[in-house]
Design a binder for this molecule. Structure first.
Ligand SMILES: Cc1cc2nc3c(=O)[nH]c(=O)nc-3n(C[C@H](O)[C@H](O)[C@H](O)COP(=O)(O)OP(=O)(O)OC[C@H]3O[C@@H](n4cnc5c(N)ncnc54)[C@H](O)[C@@H]3O)c2cc1C
Length: 473
């Protein structure tokens, strides 16, 4: 009995592996294979996990085979769609990674305003394809994020105030459960599973296809407005943003202005509040809404113009390239004098080339969905904050981690829960903050039903609820 390689768990024999490889229609990659390093690479380049096996699946039956094989061989399972897991949980060290990147079909029925999207498709490409029909799925702020990952955690982006979260547009999913079965979930079929996959992440199975209801989004008013950052400007921005029509969503960074061609020389290196604005709706009304935002101070950058919605991803492309990343995030109910001052103080001290506090005003359509309707329960959150450092040089890790930690300590007193997708590897208590109140219990119960052995744990993990008898013991 021979084993396949020194990095493969010794329990797997060549014969077992060969039989598995023969049955898989897609590609099976080992550490010695060409393409292995690209397949294990993640957006957060700090993560250097080396799986024993990567299975680039061709369809749902491949996913099922790979799940069963991983279980038989007691291999830890990871699921990778777009590779943007900030904590690096999709690529498991020494385990088996199911790589969904080849499952990237996008089919659109423009008349019915419905799309079927596979999880390996990237958000920006889907935006381009739906834009051709004046339609969209509300995803996040980065076109490079995988549909598989972003959708399952919630999905907060440039349309959140007008159209809510990505999950608010999911009509159904096809998925492979821990026992290798292919099942469907929707409002009519496995409704509790459908509740859980909309916010509960990849805890209940591997999604092989989504059905989305599309929203109408044609030409938007979009672009960047940047102001010199003062505590007063940060506070005004926060106040005004919640009062603006919900057609306007902005995602904003408070940071030291980088030396970009459109940044005036005198502003470079100075703290600025840079808002990327997306107004969807009547453009004249949009111009008035943008004027209200513009009036909070004198802009140093003003680049708002009509553009196709999908072009907004071009504006964020440079800011969302891979790199070494450290983050902390939280929802906050308000941004008053004290928090504004703290945000600015921290940004001024940031050592990273990109050291920022991101502010996302929420509300609108997101808040109108009942918190019990999906597993994303923070419907009443007014703002999401993220402390973000990104850099290139490994030697700088300690300095940037220390800044993120220091900024987090300054901001934490205002925190009220967290969005699961903006968690790093922060432990069980923080995952609990993503699922307040009854949501955590309901998810743990669902996990017990669908994945009692916690096969799907390469994620922000929800442990299966213990059986009543063992809890009482
Ligand atoms: C630069 C950047 C910008 C971001 N911007 C936003 C934003 O604006 N809004 C927002 O909401 N989020 C945002 N995120 C967070 C992002 O949505 C999550 O990290 C998401 O999980 C990434 O999805 P992925 O498929 O690219 O990641 P992957 O690393 O491939 O997967 C992440 C996790 O998702 C699960 N998963 C992935 N695919 C499947 C599947 N098919 N079935 C079951 N489980 C699966 C797994 O648990 C996996 O560990 C951003 C992240 C980055 C790095």
């Amino acid at each position: 009995m021979s084993t396949i390689s020194s990095t493969t768990p010794p329990s797997i024999t060549t014969e077992e592996f060969r039989a598995f490889r023969l049955r898989v229609k897609g590609q099976v990659l080992m550490p010695c294979d060409e393409g292995y390093d690209e397949a294990r690479a993640l957006h957060n380049t700090r993560i250097d996990h080396k799986p024993a096996i990567i299975v680039r699946v061709a369809d749902a039956s491949d996913v099922s085979r790979a799940v069963r094989f991983a279980r038989q061989q007691s291999l830890t399972l990871g699921v990778r769609s777009g590779g943007h897991s900030i904590a690096g949980q999709s690529v498991v060290d020494g385990g088996l990674v199911i790589d969904m990147s080849a499952l990237d079909d996008v089919r659109i029925d423009a008349e019915a305003k419905v799309a079927w999207v596979q999880p390996g498709a990237l958000a920006g490409r889907v935006a381009d394809e739906t834009q051709a029909f004046g339609l969209a799925i509300p995803f996040g702020d980065a076109g490079s994020v995988g549909v598989g990952g972003i959708t399952l955690g919630g999905g907060v982006g440039f349309l959140v105030r007008k159209h809510g979260l990505t999950i608010d547009h999911v009509a159904g999913v096809e998925m492979v459960t821990a026992d290798g079965q292919i099942v469907h979930a929707s409002a009519d079929e496995n409704p509790e599973l459908f509740w859980g996959v909309r916010g509960g992440g990849g805890n209940f199975g591997i999604v092989t296809g989504f059905q989305f209801d599309l929203v109408e989004v044609g030409t938007i008013l979009g672009g960047m407005l940047a102001f010199p950052a003062t505590p007063e400007v940060i506070k005004r921005y926060a106040e005004v943003s919640l009062q603006l029509p919900e057609e306007l969503t902005s995602i904003t960074m408070v940071l030291k202005a980088p030396p970009l061609p459109f940044v005036p020389a005198e502003a470079v290196g100075q703290p600025v509040l840079a808002a990327i604005v997306c107004y969807t709706g009547n453009l004249d009304e949009g111009a008035r809404a943008v004027d209200t935002l513009r009036a909070i101070a004198t802009p140093v950058v003003d680049m708002i113009q009509p553009m196709p919605y999908s072009a907004i991803y071009n504006l964020t492309a440079d800011m969302t390239l891979p790199g070494r990343v450290s983050i902390r995030s939280a929802f906050v109910p308000e941004i008053g004098d004290d928090l504004s001052s703290r945000i600015l103080e921290q940004v001024v001290q940031a050592p990273a080339p990109l050291g920022a506090v991101q502010i996302r005003p929420l509300g609108g359509a997101m808040a109108r969905v009942d918190p019990t309707e999906t597993a994303f329960a923070h419907r009443d959150a007014n703002f999401m904050l993220m402390i973000l450092a990104q850099w290139e040089d490994r030697a700088e890790d300690t300095a940037h981690d220390a800044w993120v930690q220091q900024a987090w300590q300054a901001i934490q007193p205002y925190a009220r829960g967290v969005y699961v997708h903006f968690l790093g590897d922060e432990g069980k208590a923080r995952i609990g903050e993503a699922y307040p109140g009854h949501t955590a219990e309901r998810l743990a119960l669902l996990k017990r039903g669908y994945d009692p052995e916690n096969v799907f744990r390469g994620n922000q993990n929800i442990a299966p609820m213990e059986a009543v008898a063992s809890r009482a013991a």
